[in-house]
Design a protein around this ligand. Structure first.
Ligand code: CDP
Ligand code: MG
Length: 173
């Protein structure tokens, strides 16, 4: 078994507002064998959204994107799996919800996307982005230290799942 990869997932505000949709998205995560390493709910600040979406600042959709992402609480997860980045993006489906509904109706964006902006979920697109994005929302989480002290335990399933906190924790041995 190879080393686990980390990715940042965001469950966007219109999903967090709807308990049925949120539960469905969470079940997809668990049933696809992701481990939840970090988990929190927060309303993303304007500063965070501006920094996070820096690469899009000149795009026509930037303003509506930042406005939406700061409009209410999101769920922020650090997910671990062998090919976490690729697998999470493939579960999400195409960026544009209407394209997803048509071409990939079983993906998260196909099922729960409401518009090109309100497309249900975010996922990092490369290991470098994952590291950067995790640092923005979990500044106290040290990725290198996690690999040194926790990765093997997660890989060996020496973990328990807390439903209330929606997180996997290392079992005390
Ligand atoms: O999220 P993903 O990496 O698939 O796509 P992106 O090209 O990095 O775009 C970031 C986000 O901008 C998307 O997830 C959408 O929420 C939003 N977007 C939009 O509002 N309108 C578009 N035409 C394209 C993207
Ligand atoms: Mg992107």
């Amino acid at each position: 078994m190879t080393i686990l990869e980390l990715t940042l997932a965001i469950i966007k505000p219109h999903i967090v507002k709807n308990p049925v949709f949120l539960d469905a998205v969470r079940n997809v995560i668990l049933n696809s064998d992701f481990k939840i390493v970090k988990s929190k709910r927060k309303r993303i600040s304007l500063d965070e959204a501006t920094h996070f979406y820096e690469e899009h600042k000149h795009k026509f959709f930037y303003n509506r994107l930042v406005t939406f992402m700061t409009s209410g609480p999101s769920d922020l997860y650090v997910l671990a799996k062998e090919n976490a980045i690729r697998d999470w993006r493939s579960l999400m489906g195409p960026t544009k919800s209407f394209k997803a509904q048509y071409e990939a109706p079983n993906t998260l964006r196909g099922r729960f996307g409401l518009s090109d902006t309100r497309n249900a979920t975010h996922g990092s697109d490369s290991p470098e982005s994952a590291r950067r994005e995790i640092q923005i929302f979990f500044p106290d989480f040290n990725v290198d230290e996690w690999y040194r002290t926790a990765e093997q335990k997660f890989r060996s399933n020496l973990i328990i799942f807390s439903k209330e906190e929606f997180i996997h924790k290392i079992v005390d041995t």
